[in-house]
Design a protein around this ligand. Structure first.
Ligand SMILES: [Fe+2]
Ligand SMILES: [Fe+2]
Length: 172
């Protein structure tokens, strides 16, 4: 397969993963809506929107480099979470997987001497550092309050203040 075709194939795959992570975060948002924790739900609504932005960045880029778009199936999210902590731990796991896939894509672009794709991926590498830091911070804070209802309600208030377009956490 020629270099460009390999890159386009990998980009289409990554776009699918970004849509899929948006879908998973929507499942988390729905879970917190059901728990009547609207702040936590807000956090994941914003998270889902960010993943859609990532997917669309790739969508545009594929077109700009003259590649063919391939929209792959999006698997259904796993149903239900055990707790707030579980939802965030699954989020961190997902971000780590995304980071590793992005790293592979960057390595592919390097091996194939595809400079536009290489430079394009730099943004995603930085974004993944932010995402992992954000989830790690949230997990630590949720562990601090444990199952304490008051503590969770306090965190819910903080998460309610998270605004779209902010890569920072609720307490940053
Ligand atoms: Fe993403
Ligand atoms: Fe992400």
């Amino acid at each position: 397969m020629e270099s460009q075709a390999k890159i386009v194939k990998a980009l289409n795959k990554q776009m699918g993963k970004e849509f899929s992570s948006a879908y998973n975060y929507l499942a988390s948002a729905a879970y917190f809506e059901e728990q009547e924790l609207p702040g936590f739900a807000n956090f994941f609504h914003i998270q889902a929107k960010e993943e859609l932005v990532h997917a669309m960045k790739i969508f545009e880029f594929i077109h700009r480099i003259g590649g063919d778009t391939e929209l792959l199936p999006i698997p259904a999210p796993k149903a239900g979470f055990e707790s707030a902590l579980d939802a965030f731990e699954q989020g961190l796991k997902q971000e780590k997987e995304l980071a590793s896939e992005i790293n592979s894509l960057l390595n592919l672009a390097t091996d194939e001497h595809h400079s536009p794709a290489r430079v394009f991926m730099f943004w995603f590498v930085n974004e993944q550092v932010e995402e992992e830091a954000l989830f790690t911070r949230c997990i630590k804070r949720i562990k601090l309050v444990g199952k304490d209802g008051q503590g969770l309600l306090m965190l819910d208030k903080e998460f309610a203040e998270r605004k779209a377009d902010s890569a920072e956490g609720p307490d940053a």
